[in-house]
Design a protein around this ligand. Structure first.
Ligand code: PGA
Length: 259
């Protein structure tokens, strides 16, 4: 069995007060959930505060980004060892907003993945196609390139802590969601691609769906055999919405041999 993972990507939202409200509320509403791992990804500046509220709860902490290199003259950047030092367990790598708004290419993304792995952080590698790529039938090609470019830099034997998040770019923050069947098709493709490189890893690797996952569509998505959780943006900023998605994941069945 793969334990579902629900990750709240706060993006550039929040405040000290909201950090407290969200974490206290999520802790309160999820105490009885033993079948789901819940992860919060606040902005860098709130990591320390979030860590203090998360202490003594089952919640996990991670960051939204990392820079390559351990330390040095990189004004404004944060290294993997700093994240580990602040209690981060996970880090997002290659979110589509990093790839498009900040022009982070395949090589930089792969270097970031390598940096995370070397610092013992668990990477959540985000992949996904744009609307135009989907319409031109290039979805699988795009995702294959995004994954293989990482495998070229970090051999698959080092991927055992990795989570992949399939986030169709056209579904992020738009209210549009891939149908459970369309998402499942891509998740199965990703699992098969990993299986071509490492059969055992493919069975245990969690593949999350992200892109307008909400309480009303979460159960149907999470019921798919190859969808092992969610990467939640907008709905992670509201205690009720986020914890309802966590509840759906807590009930979901994800047989390890599905693909
Ligand atoms: P969304 O964002 O849930 O607001 O679509 C998901 C993400 O970008 O991780």
């Amino acid at each position: 069995m793969r334990t579902p993972l629900v990750a709240g990507n706060w993006k550039m939202h929040g405040s000290q007060a909201q950090t407290k409200v969200l974490i206290e509320g999520i802790t309160r509403e999820t105490t009885s959930f033993h079948g789901v791992e819940i992860l919060l990804l606040p902005p860098f500046v709130y990591l320390s505060l979030a860590r203090s509220f998360i202490a003594n709860t089952p919640l996990h902490l991670g960051a939204q980004n990392v820079y390559v290199g351990d330390h040095g003259a990189f004004t404004g950047e944060v290294s993997a060892s700093m994240l580990a030092d602040m209690g981060c367990e996970y880090v997002l790598i290659g979110h589509s907003e990093r790839r498009t708004i900040f022009k982070e290419d395949l090589t930089l993304t792969a270097k970031k993945f390598k940096t995370a792995v070397e610092a013992n952080l668990k990477p959540i590698l985000c992949v996904g196609e744009t609307q135009k790529e989907r319409e031109s039938g290039a979805t699988q090609l795009v995702i294959q390139e995004q994954i293989l470019s990482i495998i070229e830099m970090v051999e698959i034997a080092q991927w055992n802590q990795t989570v992949i998040a399939y986030e169709p770019v056209w579904a992020i923050g738009t209210g549009l969601t891939a149908t459970p069947q369309a998402a499942e098709e891509v998740h199965r493709f990703i699992r098969e691609l990993i299986a071509q490189n490492n059969v055992d890893l493919a069975k245990t690797m969690r593949i999350l769906y992200g892109g307008s996952m909400k309480p009303d569509n979460a159960s149907a998505l999470l019921a798919m055999p190859n969808i092992d959780g969610g990467l939640i943006g907008g709905a992670s900023l509201d205690v009720a919405s986020f914890t309802n998605i966590c509840a759906a994941a807590n009930q979901a069945q994800t047989p390890a041999n599905a693909h």
